[in-house]
Ligand binder design. Structure first.
Ligand SMILES: *[C@@H]1O[C@H](CO)[C@@H](O)[C@H](O)[C@H]1NC(C)=O
Ligand SMILES: *[C@@H]1O[C@H](CO)[C@@H](O)[C@H](O)[C@H]1NC(C)=O
Ligand SMILES: *[C@@H]1O[C@H](CO)[C@@H](O)[C@H](O)[C@H]1NC(C)=O
Ligand SMILES: *[C@@H]1O[C@H](CO)[C@@H](O)[C@H](O)[C@H]1NC(C)=O
Length: 414
């Protein structure tokens, strides 16, 4: 009997390790710190206290101090910041319950400083669980979003529901993120980040509700997630490199984008981006690179591979003359260089007739652009689709539609 018990015990330990479950001896339950979780009471103070305890905990050995947010409850939070560095090498936040922002802008006690929930300078932060983060964004999407405490104080719309700044080795997984005022998740100045198994949802028509915004960050890995919002599913902004994106189901939304880069004459640099095995379902765009005239720097070594399209309006776009409606902006004499970009194995249907648009400027053009194994057909069987080109150089092979401008011999793709 004892043997059986011991084997069972060993089995439990072994399987929990196999499943990657983190069992911590040092746990901090937000309810024990006074959080109510009825969706009405302001639980901000309890969360901040629990965070302070977590972040100050010195865990021994391999133990990772864990903050638990229990399931079956809804916690109302005002704009909050959770700051490190923490005493323990790693901290874990387990989200089983729901977090909600104040329902209307006038219920926000203060104008949100950029974002609703911010994690700053926390190394080796693990956030997981099956909980939900609800930004209550709908009131910020309309006209009447500037009433705070009933006063006509002008509040900026929060830029992110959840923002990570300088959080190296971040691991974020499992959660559902809905209805952010603007972007759902921001990753800024963070290195070695893994994001997976998320669900991000906002209505198709909600303005600027990007899924994930990666800025100034390196070695970022985003995979196995479902993102459907009113703007880009994922946007990769300046200062980012070595970004890998795989198995994202995107739609509705504006696709996966690099940029926009170089607005207002800015220097911008993005390189080594690899997007593979993604699907775009009813999105406005698919794979997109957009840069402003007048900027400088580069977007280079970018690959989109194994992409499935379902009624995607604009499946492939390089727009080096992105102006977002601004006047006279095409007359600039500088440009963000776009080079070594590869689109391979795209198949499916396109809503517009212009399936491929390579619109590069007269200054540098786009260099070493490669399109191979492309088969994009119209959602309307009788309609033909086409590719358009402006100053794009590179090569193409086996593409439907044909991309006649990409015929120059180029150096091999690196
Ligand atoms: C970008 O990241 C670097 C470190 O990687 C940092 O020194 C710099 O301040 C960051 N820039 C911005 C605008 O945050
Ligand atoms: C992405 O986030 C950065 C940093 O907060 C911000 O400057 C930028 O405007 C955002 N981009 C988009 C497309 O929202
Ligand atoms: C291009 O980017 C990929 C990652 O997507 C990287 O593995 C490769 O080393 C990069 N190539 C160069 C020449 O930097
Ligand atoms: C492209 O896809 C269509 C629709 O699936 C198919 O009928 C056609 O044979 C394909 N063409 C090529 C060249 O693979």
């Amino acid at each position: 009997m004892q043997d059986i018990l011991i084997s069972f015990f060993i089995f439990c330990i072994a399987s929990s390790q196999l499943l990657g479950i983190v069992y911590s001896k040092t746990t901090f339950d937000v309810v024990k710190f006074g959080a109510v979780g009825d969706g009405q009471t302001d639980d901000t103070e309890a969360f901040v206290k629990a965070w302070t305890a977590l972040c100050g905990a010195a865990a021994g050995g391999d133990d990772v101090p864990t903050l638990t947010i229990p399931g079956g409850k809804t916690f109302l939070l005002q704009p909050s910041e959770f700051e490190g560095p923490c005493k323990s090498k790693s901290v874990h936040v387990q989200v089983s319950g729901n977090l909600v922002a104040p329902k209307t802008p006038d219920a926000w006690k203060v104008c949100p400083p950029h974002s609703w929930l911010v994690f700053r300078k926390v190394g080796n932060l693990i956030i997981d669980g099956s909980g939900k983060i609800d930004g209550q964004g709908s009131t910020w999407w309309g006209e009447d979003s500037s009433l705070i405490n009933g006063k006509k104080e002008k509040c900026e719309r929060p830029t992110k529901a959840l923002h990570f700044l300088r959080c190296d080795h971040l691991r974020l997984s499992g959660l559902t993120h809905i209805n952010s005022p603007r972007s759902h998740i921001g990753i800024s100045t963070s290195n070695d980040v893994e994001i997976s198994h998320l669900t991000i949802i906002a209505p198709d028509e909600s303005p600027n509700t990007d899924g994930i915004n990666v800025t100034n960050s390196t070695y970022v890995n985003i995979h196995d997630s479902k993102i459907g919002t009113g703007d880009d599913c994922i946007t990769i902004m300046s200062g980012s490199s070595n970004v890998r994106i795989a198995k994202i189901a995107c739609g509705p939304g504006h696709g996966i984008s690099v940029g926009s880069l170089g607005a207002d004459g800015a220097y911008a640099a993005v390189e080594n981006v690899y997007v593979r095995d993604c699907s775009f379902i009813g999105t406005q765009n698919g794979a997109r690179i957009k840069t402003w005239p007048g900027g400088s720097g580069y977007a280079r070594n970018i690959t989109f591979e194994h992409i499935t399209l379902t009624a995607t309006k604009n499946p492939i776009i390089i727009d080096q003359q992105y102006c977002n409606g601004a006047h006279d902006c095409a007359k600039q004499s500088k440009a963000v260089l776009v080079s070594n970009v590869r689109f391979t194995d795209f198949r499916g249907t396109c809503g517009n007739e212009e399936a491929i648009k390579l619109d590069c400027n007269h200054i540098s053009g786009c260099q070493n652009i490669e399109l191979v194994k492309i088969n994009i057909t119209s959602t309307v069987p009788s309609k033909k689709v086409y590719a358009s080109c402006n100053n794009a150089k590179g090569n193409s092979g086996s593409t439907v539609p044909t991309v006649s401008c990409l015929k120059y011999p180029t150096r091999p793709f690196i």
